[in-house]
Design a protein around this ligand. Structure first.
Ligand code: COA
Ligand code: ZN
Length: 305
């Protein structure tokens, strides 16, 4: 039987905030992470260890980690890294899980990390062996798994090869990222069902952006293939500064509501999630909020009333 439990990782404090015109303070980033955890979201991508020149909004991620450690934060946290220097900084900051980025196109590998696809793979293999000794979990995320803003449509066999290689190499999770939100549900169904058939669903996850309003439909297609791990972003914050035209991630607000209504257990308290979503909107001034938000807030108020 397929599991009725779905694990959502909120990537808003990283994928969302990295693309905001407004740079939040460490205290504001910390408050947003705390509010998301308060809502019961089981995993949070807290920030990235990247060049502060490339992504000024992510400067000081080490301080967010130490502020969380100071309060004895228990929700599992994740740090995104693009290279070995990122790994070393994440380890020094006490990260227990890192997301290392792999690429399904040469154009994106160059633009995002100034390396080739093969270089990113070689570094990821090195990180996997170090991480075993350091007792750090590694999530391998394949960027532009469906389409690339520079190189066009992605060949699914390229993604299948990278996925197979890194599952075999011992990645704790393997995430397919639709970095620019270009995938459609049929493509998602085809790729995820092939991967689930080859590798099982336990280690596989999906990361969708809602650029073309197909985020929720893509989540549903992946769920139907057996995928039970999803990245999403509080209030739909997001977009990649190095991928032109990408808008926010599918909103945690929307996917938590949809999956719960379908009977899946997410562990998320929707009332408290709305508070986190409000905070994300207040802090950034630009987060769209989930498309379900107006209905959901009215519904929750009626229930409380
Ligand atoms: N964290 C912090 N600083 C880093 C770093 C990391 N992971 N990797 C490199 N740097 C620093 C270098 O030390 C160097 O610093 P200096 O100028 O003070 O000497 C500077 O960044 C440039 O390093 P270089 O190796 O020449 O890289 P680059 O300029 O070609 O940039 C990246 C490559 C990967 C560092 C940069 O493009 C980057 O951080 N990208 C992040 C992309 C991202 O976050 N994308 C969204 C998520 S997928
Ligand atoms: Zn993303």
């Amino acid at each position: 039987m397929m599991s009725d439990k779905i694990i959502i990782t909120d990537v808003g404090p990283r994928d969302g905030l990295q693309n905001q015109p407004k740079i939040l303070t460490i205290e504001q980033r910390f408050a947003l992470v705390e509010a998301i955890a308060e809502a019961g979201v089981p995993q949070i991508e807290v920030g990235s260890f990247v060049s502060p020149k490339a992504v000024p909004a992510m400067a000081g991620t080490d301080q967010v980690f130490s502020a969380l450690e100071d309060i004895g934060f228990t929700t599992p946290t994740i740090a995104l890294i693009p290279n070995m220097k990122g790994y070393e900084l994440a380890r020094a900051a006490g990260a227990k899980t890192v997301t290392m980025v792999l690429y399904a196109s040469e154009g994106m590998a160059q633009k995002n990390a100034a390396m080739s696809m093969a270089e990113a793979e070689a570094i990821t293999l090195d990180i996997l062996s170090l991480a075993k000794q350091d007792n750090i979990e590694v999530i391998a995320t394949i960027a532009v798994a469906f389409a690339c803003p520079f190189d066009g449509p992605t060949d699914p066999t390229v993604v299948e090869e990278i996925a197979a290689k890194f599952i075999r190499a011992g990645a704790d999770q393997l995430v397919l990222a639709d970095t620019i939100g270009a995938a459609d549900p049929q493509q998602v169904r085809a790729l995820t069902s092939a991967l689930v058939k080859s590798h099982g669903a336990a280690k596989l996850g999906c990361h969708f952006h809602d650029t073309r309003a197909m985020g929720l439909a893509n989540v549903y297609a992946a769920v139907e293939s057996g995928i039970r791990r999803f990245d999403s972003s509080i209030a739909g914050l997001g977009g990649c500064p190095f991928a032109p035209g990408a808008s926010g991630n599918v909103a945690t607000d929307d996917i938590a509501m949809m999956l719960q209504q379908m009977g899946f257990a997410t562990g998320i308290d929707l009332d408290k999630l709305m508070q986190a979503s409000d905070l994300a909107q207040t802090l950034t001034g630009t987060a769209p909020g989930g498309r379900s938000k107006a209905w959901l807030q009215g519904h929750l108020a009626k229930q409380a009333g």
